[in-house]
Design a binder for this molecule. Structure first.
Ligand code: PLP
Length: 399
């Protein structure tokens, strides 16, 4: 069996007869035409044996679904218009009035906002849990808990949780887990097989394809991946009823980027580590948060999950010494020229976002990461030496 990286390039795809191009075609449809009434009645949109309607899949989206399922080590994949839509698809499918969902306190912000917004409004309660303390998660599991979200590492603050332990705790209690595995991109760890003594993994893996799989900073898409047929069907019924389709041109853009996914991921990982190591030596910097760095929160969990010389995304965060005011940190971000101010990550352009931790973390769980300013860096594909010079110039603007 070849590695998933090779499978992203060599994959079952039958081009039209006589046209053996390596890249798949773009098939667009709302309507799909049936040869007769019997065929129309017989075709089941839930099965991939045939096509029924554009929203239920085309040759282009089916192919991308197969590739993402293979990348994540899953069996089924649903494509949705964004990473956030993938999160919403899962929560709306598995939760009903009277149920409770648990979300890590350092989760991707809009996942928490969905719990506080629509879910709350529909009678679904939530609790945020300490991502680094399995006992805290365990103590919050109750008879009404129907879904536990996992994420590694935490968005923005980058703590790497004891993922295998968390999944095992939920499995023991029979609670479904959904892991936001965007950072791993199917490369740093496998969300369905997290190792550890229990050999546990998540039941559902979601992935913002917007990030590394797109790689261009130009396409929004998400994926919901499962291994279990019944769970997939439940998610697919919600997917259909919410009308969550994706466009063929966007699917094709991601199919074109997948063969270079691993190369880009590892190059951006290496570049980020070089810049993070350089920043760590600087007198202005208080802390560099990167799960592969010793002393970063959850470093041992990263090692256990990804391997001692495992991979990481090209992301890290930095806090500056307390003598610098939030205004000075803003001035640093404004002084950067190659690092642009912008959300998202995984594209060719390096990005920064300044965050005020007090607005995003509860003081209860955040430890030292619950107040002050933090700058999140996403490293693109520029020359590392140019990026380092950019940082050096901007540090002068800190004052
Ligand atoms: C970006 C991101 C998402 C959401 O993806 P969008 O396509 O921007 O909606 C979800 N989870 C994580 C961890 C992300 O980084």
């Amino acid at each position: 069996m070849s590695s998933p990286i090779t499978d992203l390039i060599h994959h079952p795809y039958a081009p039209p007869a006589g046209f053996a191009a390596p890249q798949p075609g773009v098939f667009k449809a709302s309507t799909v035409i049936f040869p007769n009434v019997a065929a129309m009645r017989a075709r089941d949109w839930k099965q991939k044996g045939g096509y029924t309607y554009g929203l239920h899949g085309t040759p282009t989206t089916f192919l991308l679904e197969e590739r993402i399922a293979a990348l994540e080590g899953g069996k089924h994949c649903l494509l949705v218009p964004s990473g956030l839509a993938a999160i919403a698809n899962v929560s709306l499918s598995l939760l009903g009035a009277g149920d409770e969902v648990l979300v890590p306190d350092n989760a991707y912000g809009p996942n928490k906002a969905l719990a506080e917004g629509e879910l709350q409004q529909w009678g679904i309660t939530h609790q945020f849990y300490d991502p680094m303390d399995p006992a805290d998660l365990q103590s919050r599991l109750g008879p009404r808990t129907k879904l536990v979200w996992l994420e590694a590492p935490g968005s923005v603050t980058m703590e790497f949780p004891p993922l295998a332990r968390q999944a095992a705790i939920c499995r023991e209690r029979g609670v479904t887990t959904a892991l936001d595995s965007t950072w791993s991109s199917g490369l740093a760890y496998n969300g369905f097989d997290l190792g550890g003594p229990m050999g546990s993994g998540a039941d559902i893996v979601v992935h913002a394809l917007t990030k590394y799989p797109s790689g261009g900073g130009d396409v929004l898409m998400g994926a919901v991946v499962t291994r279990d047929d019944a769970l997939h069907l439940k998610l697919k019924l919600t997917h259909m009823r919410l009308g969550l389709g994706v466009g063929a041109n966007d699917a094709e853009a991601i199919l074109r980027s997948l063969p270079s996914l691993a190369l880009r991921y590892h190059a951006q990982d290496q570049a980020a580590r070089r810049l993070a190591a350089w920043l760590r030596q600087r007198p202005e910097v208080a802390r560099v948060l990167h799960p592969a760095f010793e002393g970063s929160p959850g470093h041992a969990h990263w090692q256990a999950t990804c391997g001692a010389d495992g991979a990481a995304a090209g992301l890290f965060s930095v806090t500056f010494h307390e003598r610098y005011s939030p205004r000075q940190v803003d001035a640093f971000c404004d002084a950067l020229e190659l690092f642009k101010l912008g959300y998202s990550w995984g594209g060719p352009v390096s990005l920064v976002v300044p965050y005020d931790l007090a607005t995003m973390r509860s003081a209860r769980f955040g430890g030292t990461l619950c107040r002050g300013m933090l700058v999140r860096f996403s490293v693109g594909l520029e020359a590392v030496s140019d990026l380092q010079l950019d940082l050096e110039h901007a540090l002068a603007a800190l004052g």
